[in-house]
Design a protein around this ligand. Structure first.
Ligand code: G
Ligand code: G
Ligand code: MN
Ligand code: NA
Length: 249
């Protein structure tokens, strides 16, 4: 496969870069964290989205090394931009394949210790589907990561793979409610559904992030449900970190 070879070269040439999208408190102003989102800074100057290469990297297994590369780059940037002093946590998206082996635990532990980053400043996002792929072992790894102080978040929650009964016992800190919910608020039933999902998460002692907020109207509706965090184009798109913070001198 052609893209597969290109991914190999791109990893070596450090053509993968990270964009960062902030997450805010419901005042719409206080930044509570950042999410790192990978982009491919192509030789011709164009920037390619994960849609172009993530599926292929998943199929080829290259997603494992991409994840390790992302961990390293994120830790570098946390130091470079003084995010430890600012106490801004950064979320990293991992693949289900990272939860088939304990390597991910060593990689994360090693990275935060080398860069002197408190582990609570790294948040691990993993999708429902990814967890279900590695049922027993995956949960054991999440549990280990939490014990080490990392924040664990279930991403794209509500896309239909995990039952609530299964989720209630998962070792996670936070649920990130899938973008589709923020976008479906026109009718009263959709609003009630989102409100109830947030209440349920709180009852189960999970924190809640609602992502995909695109309009002021959506923002007004959702903030009344009092999730911890909001994220979306209405507040800020993913951008290079230097468009959010200045580097430490
Ligand atoms: O950033 P964007 O909306 O284009 O991301 C599209 C998809 O790619 C999302 O599902 C997102 O979680 C995923 N993605 C973004 N960055 C990473 C990454 O660093 N690693 C993995 N595994 N997935 C990522
Ligand atoms: O699967 P995950 O939630 O990690 O995917 C995040 C993706 O969603 C990123 O690629 C990011 O660019 C995109 N995204 C972030 N905010 C919004 C938004 O408000 N609207 C839309 N359509 N996409 C968003
Ligand atoms: Mn995510
Ligand atoms: Na998500």
């Amino acid at each position: 496969n052609c893209i597969k070879n290109e991914i190999e070269t791109a990893l070596e040439a450090k053509e993968f870069v990270l964009y960062y999208q902030p997450k805010y408190a419901i005042d719409g102003f206080t930044m509570l964290g950042l999410e790192a989102l990978i982009r491919w800074q192509y030789r011709d100057g164009s920037v390619k989205s994960p849609g172009y290469f993530i599926d292929i990297a998943e199929q080829s297994g290259q997603i494992i090394n991409i994840g390790f590369y992302v961990i390293e780059r994120v830790c570098q940037s946390i130091v470079e931009y003084g995010l430890v002093e600012k106490e801004i946590p950064v979320a990293i998206n991992l693949s289900g394949q990272h939860f088939a082996s304990r390597d991910i635990v060593y990689k994360l532990q090693d990275a935060v210790s080398r860069y002197h980053i408190p582990s609570h400043l790294l948040e691990i996002e993993i999708t429902e589907t990814a967890i279900i792929q590695n049922k027993e072992f995956g949960a054991a790894i999440l549990s280990e990561l939490r014990t080490l102080g990392f924040i664990v978040t279930l991403d794209d929650f509500g896309t239909g793979y995990a039952s609530i009964d299964y989720i209630k016992n998962l070792p996670i800190d936070r649920l990130k409610i899938d973008q589709s919910y923020a976008r479906r608020l026109e009718d009263i039933k959709s609003r009630k559904l989102l409100k109830t999902m947030i209440q349920m998460a709180h009852e189960l002692s999970f924190e809640v992030t609602v992502e995909g907020v695109e309009t002021q109207e959506q923002f007004e509706i959702i903030k009344a449900f009092e999730p911890k965090e909001l994220q979306g184009y209405y507040f800020k798109r993913p951008v290079p970190l230097n468009e959010i913070f200045n580097k430490k001198e």
